[in-house]
Design a binder for this molecule. Structure first.
Ligand code: 9G3
Length: 569
C-alpha cells in the first residue's frame, strides 16, 4: 500500500476523554474514530488488524470442528420472553419496534436465537454433537461506555454454541473450545490466564472460565497462585483456611463502649488501639430488596457475588443510609450482629475469632468482647469475602495468591439445558425418547482483543504490533522521495517484497523524515526499512520495532531476512 493513498491521519495528541493507553494510541495512530460514546469506526489500519484477529479465530475454530454461520442482529423479543430473560435485562438491552409495531432487540448475545434455530433443525441424536459460531456485531447499551474498544456499546464478538446429547459430550465440546482459546490467544501474542469464573446471570449448571489478558487497566481482579496453576476471578477465588488457636474461650461478657464520631474501621482501630483483625465488620445489604447483614473480619472485604450466590438472589445492593438506620437503629458505621432482627451471614473466618469489636446498633457506641456463637447466631456461615494478596493457596501446599488485573477477552460456559428446556429444543434419543439438548456457549471479544493487544504491546513512541496482528508487516521508508536514487531503490524493494507476498506500507509521501519516523513509531509495524543516504553504497537500514536494533544491510540481504523470517501465522 502506498502511504500517499492510505486513509489514515495520525494525531499529535489524543482527545482528553481518552484515558487508557490503547484508546489514546488507536486514536492517535488513525486506527479508529469515535462516532458516538462507545461506538467506533474501524479505519483502514484498524480494520486490517481486526481481520488478522478474525483470520486466527477462523483458523483455530475450523481446527476445533466448529461451523461458521451468521445470525441476525435483530431478534424478536418473544424469544427473550420465552427464555425468561426479557425482564432480567433492563436498559442495557436495546429494544425497538418495526413498522408493524412488533418489538425487536438488537442482539447482545445469541443464546435464544441459536437455540430456536437448533429446535427447528435438530430432531435426532444422530445429528449431534454440533458446534456453530459467528463473528458478529453485538449491542449492549452500557451505562458508562469507556476505554475505547475495551467497553463499547456496539462491538464485534465471536460467539460459539455447542450442542450435545450428554454431559460427557458437553465436556468434550467445552474442552475443544477451551484448548482452541489457548491457541487463539497465544497466536494473538497475548499474555493471558484462563481463570475459574462466576457464571453470573447467564446461569448454566456447571463450570465457566474467563480468559484474562493481563493488564493493569483491566477491570477484573484475578487471584493467581505463585506455585501451582490455580487462578480464579476474585469473584470466586478462595484461599486456604487460616489456622486459629482453638483453646477455650474465657472471654468476659461483652461490654458497650462509647465511641463518639468513630465511623470507619480506621478511626475505630485508632480510637481503641486495636487492629482491623480484631474487628467484626457488619454491612447491611438488600437482597432482592430484603435487608440482610453480612459480617466479615475488619481487614476483609465483602464479596458481593459470593453473597448473592449463597442467597440465590437476583440483585444485591449495599443498603442506603436510611435503610441501615431503620434496620440497625444507628447511623452507618455502628452496625453490629447483636440485636439485629434480619438474617445474619457470617464469614467463616469470623466464627474462628475468639473475640471481636462490633458496632452496637446504637450511634456512637461499639461493643467489645463479642464472641461469635455466644453473643450472636452463627447459623448462616459461609465464604463471603474476597481473598487477599499473599494468602495461602487453597489448591497446593506452598503457593501464595497474587492479585493481578485482567481484561476479559474470552468467556466459556457450560450452559446445560437452561435454554433448551426454556425453548423446548429437544431431540429423540436412540430409544425414541425426547431429550433436551445439552449446550455450551463460548465468547471472545474480537474488537476488545485489539485494545488488549495494544495495552500489552506499546512503548513511549507508540504501538508495537505482534507480527501476526500488524496491519502491514513492513514499513518501507525512503527518507526523501525527491531523491531519485532513494525513490528507485525503495520502489524496487517494494515490488520485490510484494512479489514474495509480504504486506508492505511504502511511505511515498513528500514529508520530512521526522514526520515519517514519528508516524512509523506510532503505527507500530514490526519491521522498518529506511532507504537513506547509505543507498549510494547499496545499503538500507533494517530495524525491528520491538528491538530497535538498527542494521545496515544490502537490499538482497533484507529480502532474504524478511523472506526467511518465521511465517507469522
Ligand atoms: C443481555 C445483555 C447483556 C448481556 C447478556 C444479555 C452478558 C448476556 C452473558 C453472555 C454469555 C455468553 C454467548 C457468548 C459468550 C458469552 N451481557 N451476557 O447474556 F441481554 Cl443486554 O453473553 N453469550
Amino acid at each position: 500500500m502506498r502511504q500517499s493513498q492510505l486513509f489514515a491521519n495520525t494525531l499529535r495528541e489524543a482527545p482528553a476523554e481518552a484515558e487508557v493507553t490503547s484508546h489514546r494510541l488507536l486514536l492517535r495512530a488513525g486506527f479508529i474514530r469515535q462516532l458516538a460514546a462507545g461506538i467506533y469506526i474501524f479505519m483502514p489500519l484498524g480494520l486490517r488488524v481486526l481481520q488478522n484477529v478474525e483470520r486466527i479465530l477462523r483458523d483455530e475454530l475450523e481446527r476445533a470442528g466448529a461451523n461458521e454461520l451468521l445470525m441476525p442482529a435483530l431478534q424478536p423479543t418473544e424469544l427473550w420472553k420465552e427464555s425468561g430473560r426479557y425482564d432480567v435485562y433492563g436498559p442495557e438491552l436495546i429494544r425497538l419496534t418495526d413498522r408493524h409495531h412488533r418489538e425487536f432487540a438488537l442482539g447482545p448475545t445469541h443464546e435464544e436465537v441459536v437455540t430456536m434455530l437448533m429446535k427447528n433443525e435438530i430432531n435426532s441424536y444422530r445429528q449431534l454433537p454440533v458446534t456453530v459460531y459467528q463473528i458478529q456485531t453485538k449491542f449492549r447499551d452500557e451505562r458508562r461506555p469507556r476505554s475505547g474498544l475495551l467497553r463499547g456499546r456496539e462491538f464485534l464478538m465471536k460467539d460459539a454454541y455447542s450442542f450435545d446429547t450428554t454431559w460427557d459430550g458437553l465436556n468434550r465440546s467445552y474442552r475443544a473450545m477451551y484448548d482452541a482459546y489457548h491457541r487463539i490467544f497465544e497466536r494473538c501474542g497475548l499474555t493471558f490466564r484462563a481463570v475459574e469464573a462466576d457464571a453470573g446471570a447467564i446461569g448454566g449448571e456447571g463450570g465457566t472460565h474467563e480468559f484474562m489478558a493481563l493488564a493493569d487497566i483491566g477491570e477484573d481482579t484475578i487471584a493467581v497462585c505463585t506455585h501451582c496453576g490455580y487462578s480464579a476471578n476474585i469473584e470466586k477465588a478462595i484461599s486456604r483456611e487460616e489456622c486459629f488457636e482453638t483453646e477455650g474461650n474465657t472471654i468476659p461478657k461483652y461490654d458497650k463502649i462509647h465511641t463518639p464520631g468513630v465511623h470507619t474501621i480506621k478511626e475505630l482501630t485508632e480510637y481503641l488501639k486495636i487492629k482491623p483483625v480484631n474487628v467484626m465488620k457488619t454491612l447491611i445489604y438488600l437482597a432482592d430488596g430484603n435487608p440482610v447483614a453480612v459480617i466479615v473480619r475488619g481487614d476483609h472485604e465483602v464479596n458481593e457475588i459470593k453473597v448473592k450466590n449463597a442467597l440465590g438472589a437476583e440483585t444485591l445492593t449495599l443498603s442506603e443510609t436510611e435503610t441501615t438506620e431503620s434496620v440497625t437503629g444507628a447511623k452507618t458505621g455502628f452496625a453490629g450482629p447483636i440485636g439485629l432482627s434480619i438474617p445474619l451471614l457470617v464469614d467463616k473466618v469470623v466464627i474462628r475469632m475468639k473475640w471481636g469489636i462490633t458496632g452496637a446498633n446504637e450511634s456512637e457506641y461499639h461493643i467489645k468482647n463479642v464472641v461469635p456463637g455466644r453473643d450472636f447466631s452463627v447459623e448462616h456461615v459461609g465464604d463471603f469475602r474476597n481473598v487477599k494478596e499473599d494468602e495461602a493457596c487453597s489448591r497446593c501446599e506452598e503457593g501464595k495468591l497474587r492479585l493481578v488485573k485482567g481484561i476479559e477477552v474470552g468467556h466459556v460456559f457450560k450452559l446445560g439445558t437452561k435454554y433448551s428446556e426454556a425453548l423446548k429444543a429437544r431431540y429423540l434419543d436412540a430409544n425414541g425418547k425426547e431429550q433436551p439438548i445439552i449446550m455450551g456457549c463460548y465468547g471472545i471479544g474480537v474488537s476488545r482483543i485489539v485494545s488488549a493487544i495494544v495495552e500489552q504491546y506499546h512503548d513511549e513512541r507508540g504501538i508495537v504490533w505482534p507480527p501476526a496482528i500488524a496491519p502491514y508487516r513492513v514499513h518501507l521508508i525512503p527518507v526523501s522521495i525527491r531523491d531519485d536514487m532513494q525513490r528507485k531503490i525503495a520502489e524496487d524493494l517494494y515490488d520485490a517484497l510484494r512479489q514474495i507476498g509480504i504486506d508492505v506500507l511504502l511511505d511515498d509521501r513528500d514529508e520530512r523524515a521526522g514526520v515519517k519516523f514519528n508516524d512509523s513509531d506510532l503505527i507500530g509495524l514490526p519491521i522498518r526499512i529506511v532507504v537513506g543516504k547509505d543507498a549510494i553504497h547499496g545499503k538500507v537500514e533494517y530495524v525491528e520495532r520491538s528491538e530497535n536494533n538498527k542494521q545496515l544491510l544490502s537490499v538482497e540481504e533484507v529480502v532474504m531476512r524478511i523472506n526467511t523470517g518465521d511465517k507469522f501465522r
